[in-house]
Ligand binder design. Sequence first.
Ligand code: ADP
Ligand code: MG
Length: 381
Amino acid sequence: MTDQAAIDFEAVHGARPSGVWAAPGRVNLIGEHTDYNDGFVLPIALPHTVKVTARRREDARVRLYSAQGDGTITELALDGLAPGVVTSWAAYPAGVFWALAEAGHAVGGADLFFDSDVPTGAGLSSSAALECATAAALNDLYGLGLSAPELALLAQRAENAFVGVPCGVMDQMASACCTDGTALFLDTRTLEQRHVPLDLEAAGFRLLVIDTRVKHDLGDGAYAALRAGCEQAAELLGLDALRDLPPADLTAALERLPDDLARLVRHVVTENRRVAETIEHLDGGRIAELGPILTAGHASLRDDFRVSCPETDLAVEAAVAAGALGARMTGGGFGGSVIALVATADVEAVLDAVRSAFGSAGFAAPVAFTAVPSAGARRLA
Ligand code: ADP
Ligand code: MG
């Protein structure tokens, strides 16, 4: 652990920490709004992480501090944790303590100090990173012996039931389970995983992440309404989940549904197909073929699922017009980030084009970086 991390921890918690853990944010290559339809996703972990410095406490109290918070410590009694009790940012880590205890794991008190470079509310899953960093630290501090997928499921339960956000399982699985240099192909029904090698640079490409800096709010009901619409459509079609509708039956199924549900179904079914196509191309080493799939995915999110917004639409349009092979919004939508697959030689031209289009439209300047597939949650020291 760096001396500085220990000094920062001690200044807040008054004792030496016993370790440092990190969990990354993520971008999803393809497979958006499929995870709550039992479908397929293909995220990569980012180099950006939430780091947590931590130590056990023997008095069953939880003390939480974030360098990105309001400068105060949130102190809670472990046995007083219940959904609704914590309403600040601290609900994410507190929810992990709660979910572990609820599941019967012998977790005790702890002091935690978070410091993060994952942009928040940018569709890059800072919330899952916060949860998975907490889960990784508690797993080690209390010798719980839980696997990465088990930690991800508990983190998702924390966000669903304690924080009150009805997210699917992709974000936490990506943050907990990804490995360096690979994308995570996940079947969200069986939780079967495959780490798919993704060396973009060696193939002459970059995956740009363009944060539009428009903040979405998944808690505002829009996400829950989409999720409910998908479940209603599956029920009308007599399916367990939309994942069970074969692409060949799509046209017939759409005729049986009202237009607002048909749009949702068309997105989910075609999006699962796009994940499968992406995997085939990656396995065949045909990275350039991903471009049109990404752009088609964006059109589906914009026109059918209707979760894009003027900023993400413009970023995609400007990037593709300037030579990106393909681009799409990533994450839940209503703002957030866009990814663009770009030949290395065209990176600057694409970024200039997006910045200039945003300037002309009167939008705030976007923030861009290159996504390098990175490791999931881990102990650093
Ligand atoms: P996303 O997961 O896409 O970044 P969310 O709205 O799901 O967006 O989660 C963002 C929220 O997570 C923030 O509003 C904050 O409450 C919490 N959060 C994330 N990172 C931190 C951090 N480093 N410190 C404190 N809170 C954080
Ligand atoms: Mg989130």
